[in-house]
Ligand binder design. Structure first.
Ligand code: SF4
Length: 79
């Protein structure tokens, strides 16, 4: 079974809520949230909006979904 893809569309307002909710997946290294390459099959740390890389198995999907639902500008997408 393929794991869902998580990506972040442009428009991050730097609130860091996703990093607090799901720190295993979301990082805030500079001026916008990104998906940690350590939990991506391609190993790239970026918003994943272009690559659309799958995530590795056995992540905390409750936390990931909570982070997506809690984004105040609704730009965290699960596909
Ligand atoms: S919750 Fe949304 S707006 Fe806030 S840092 Fe994460 S992606 Fe950016």
């Amino acid at each position: 079974m393929t794991t869902p893809i998580v990506y972040i569309e442009p428009g991050c307002i730097y609130c860091q809520a996703c990093v607090t909710t799901a720190p295993e997946v979301f990082l805030f290294p500079d001026d916008k949230a990104v998906i940690n390459g350590l939990v991506r099959v391609d190993g790239i740390t970026s918003p994943n909006a272009d690559e659309r890389a799958a995530l590795v198995p056995d992540l905390d999907w409750d936390a990931i979904r909570e982070a997506a639902a809690g984004c105040p500008v609704d730009i965290i997408k699960i596909a």
